[in-house]
Design a protein around this ligand. Structure first.
Ligand code: DGL
Length: 275
């Protein structure tokens, strides 16, 4: 690709399903001139309870698929896939690949006053300890309290977000009571679905705790990388967003239209096992 083609090339964004749309939404906001190819692995989600070997295999297949779309950079818009596969795939592929954990961890370290940071995520993300490792690399004295909140994902997927429900409040209380009673002053939403529960979580945790959304931070990092490499698409002559899934395209479309500030008209379904 020559430099003009490279600038115009899309950003590849992938997740196990719809959660990564919160990252795509941030990229659309912060980099409105960029084109995006999004892949949601709806046939194989959830990733949060899968083994590292499976997540690495899935990530390799998705990256190979995104490369057929000539993407200039890839964002792993999934905390679990970032925790389990980012370091491996960064070594294997030439395309620049970023995840959501380093940007989120860095923002939390910048924000905390007492060096006590909470992280909530899937079982896989919390078990991987990657947030703790990255936070301690930046701030060795930081204390990190991690908590897996596996029921948050189905709550979001089933739409228990907009209208506060007793169920949502009760599940938040079960998972976050210990965090609220701790001295944590900063908490990372370490799963791409959780920004959709942000207001309920803020309401529960109170003003004392600063909430970090890695989706926002990852979009900022992407902007910086594209600028440094002179790969940013400056002119808004057109911008194109394409969406691909491995299953259940219609359900994905409804969800995408409730999350994105943009009318999603068509979702392509592909067989990801072919890549
Ligand atoms: N997108 C995943 C994450 O951020 C959550 C959903 C799943 O378990 O697949 O960790």
């Amino acid at each position: 690709m020559n430099i003009e083609e490279l600038k115009r090339a899309p950003i590849g964004v992938f997740d196990s399903g719809v959660g990564g749309l919160t990252v795509a939404r941030e990229i659309m906001r912060q980099l409105p001139d960029e084109n995006i190819v999004y892949f949601g692995d709806t046939a194989r989600l959830p990733y949060g309870s899968k083994s590292k070997e499976s997540i690495i295999r899935f990530s390799r297949q998705i990256i190979r698929f995104l490369q057929t779309k000539n993407v200039k950079a890839i964002v792993i818009a999934c905390n679990t896939a970032t925790a389990m596969a980012l370091e491996t795939v960064q070594q294997e592929f030439d395309t620049p690949i970023i995840g959501v954990i380093v940007p989120g961890a860095r923002a939390a370290v910048q924000e905390t006053k007492n060096k006590k940071i909470g992280v909530i995520g899937t079982e896989g993300t919390i078990r991987s300890n990657m947030y703790t490792r990255v936070i301690r690399e930046i701030e060795p004295e930081a204390e990190v309290l991690g908590k897996a909140c596996p029921l948050f994902v189905p709550l979001v997927e089933e739409g228990f977000v907009k209208n506060y429900s007793a169920v949502t409040e009760e599940v938040i209380d079960i998972y976050l009571r210990e965090m609220r009673e701790s001295e944590v002053d900063t908490m990372i939403l370490g799963c791409t679905h959780y920004p959709l529960l942000r207001s309920a979580i803020i309401k529960y945790m109170g003003d004392r705790v600063h909430i970090v959304n890695p989706a926002y931070e990852a979009a900022m990092d992407l902007k910086k990388i594209l600028n440094e490499r002179n790969m940013n698409h400056e002119s808004g002559e057109y911008n194109k967003y394409e969406f691909y899934v491995s299953d259940a395209a219609e359900k994905f479309k409804q969800f995408a239209n409730s999350v994105l500030p943009y009318d999603v008209k068509y979702i392509h379904q592909i067989n990801i096992e072919e890549y």
